[in-house]
Ligand binder design. Sequence first.
Ligand SMILES: Nc1ncnc2c1ncn2[C@@H]1O[C@H](COP(=O)(O)OP(=O)(O)O)[C@@H](O)[C@H]1O
Ligand SMILES: [Mg+2]
Length: 240
Amino acid sequence: MLEINDLWVDINGDQVLKGVDLTIPRGETHVLFGKNGSGKSSLLMTIMGFRRYKVRQGRISFKGEDITQMPIDERAKMGIGLAFQRPPSIKGVKTRDVFDICNSNSVSCEDLADKFEFSELLERELNVGFSGGEMKKSELLQLLLQDPELVMLDEPESGVDLENLKILGKAINKLLQKYLWRTRAKSGLVISHLGFILNYIEADAGYVLMDGRIHCRGNPRELFKGIQRHGYQECVKCQR
Ligand SMILES: Nc1ncnc2c1ncn2[C@@H]1O[C@H](COP(=O)(O)OP(=O)(O)O)[C@@H](O)[C@H]1O
Ligand SMILES: [Mg+2]
């Protein structure tokens, strides 16, 4: 589904990714760990195609096609979707209107909002005055409407209370459904800081991003335990 080879990226002249290699097969969900500022969000933003993230070297391919230079809207149409870590607030734009634009399947926004306890927010301006958890929910519901094949989630659990975590977990599970009519369906790349997300998704692999490169490929739960016990630096040292 996604293949990244030797990806070097800079932002405003600062090198943030220094040779990232990453492959996500169809139907698999991979989790990315790493301390603040290690470049996790930059990697997702680069895969999505934001122009501020300059690819200096390397290649990104999606479903076998080279998308390294492809504009962001074409990537979205091909089936890549991203839930932002910090989505923008947009005055004057109703959340419902954004949901309608995202809606690729003619799903009823009302039903979806009702199911995920979001109805009261539909008429509000997008993210204006939303709590952290409400923004996360809005992001996930937009993705459910868009229904991408590659689902990228940037710290979906941060700032979310325990009750809403369950609701978000349900949305994430639906987004990442592995099988559809017995064929492998969605792939995911999920950034997690707190590891809560591991209770809600079937993660197939995990990594640590450090110094602009990917280290420690392995079982995500074991990796997370290792990070909790020894910290990122020691975890990377073992060089699995
Ligand atoms: N728009 C930007 N301009 C300048 N530096 C940026 C910008 N966005 C991110 N950075 C820098 O790039 C590095 C990686 O950031 P980021 O990808 O957000 O890390 P993470 O998501 O792992 O916390 C950080 O040092 C950050 O300050
Ligand atoms: Mg980040």
